[in-house]
Design a protein around this ligand. Sequence first.
Ligand code: DLZ
Length: 164
Amino acid sequence: MSSFKFNTESTRPLPDATQMRIAIVTTEWNCEITDRLVESAVRTLRDNGVDASNITIEYVPGSFELIFGAAQLVSAKRHDAVIAIGCVIRGETPHFDYICQGTTQGLASLNAQAEIPVVYGVLTVNNIEQALDRLGGKAGDKGAEFALTAIKMVAYSCQFKKKL
Ligand code: DLZ
């Protein structure tokens, strides 16, 4: 197993997040996992100064709908970043591959075209244990990572915005 630790070894200070407005779109599918990813993301945003009133959470049925859900949040222009959180668990058919591929490509092209960053917060795992390991266990705390990524990417995008 990799010993890579996201962020914890970085010496770069985190940007000031106190004025940031972050939207999270998440799924009803595998909500025993996604709810906990969202909880951790929200906790990390709050710990880093994001005001509770500036965090929005929206729900869609499954990971495939994250593309449309995130696109709507981008179009609404009310936030500085969108975090799309889902969890796809391998089943017995190739459906897993199609959903993972479609969702990943959809979110990737949205991220490339959107005026705000779209964070890819989708776990693609072989079984529930692998998902549980990513909720603060031996494979890290993915919800926290998604939140820190959003904060960093908002700061990154700000440097390219025109000053009035
Ligand atoms: C259909 C389906 C399956 C089999 N598995 C998952 C999953 O593990 N995680 C997830 O988020 N969604 C799953 N879905 C639902 C699809 O994402 C989508 O909601 C439906 O195909 C309808 O578009």
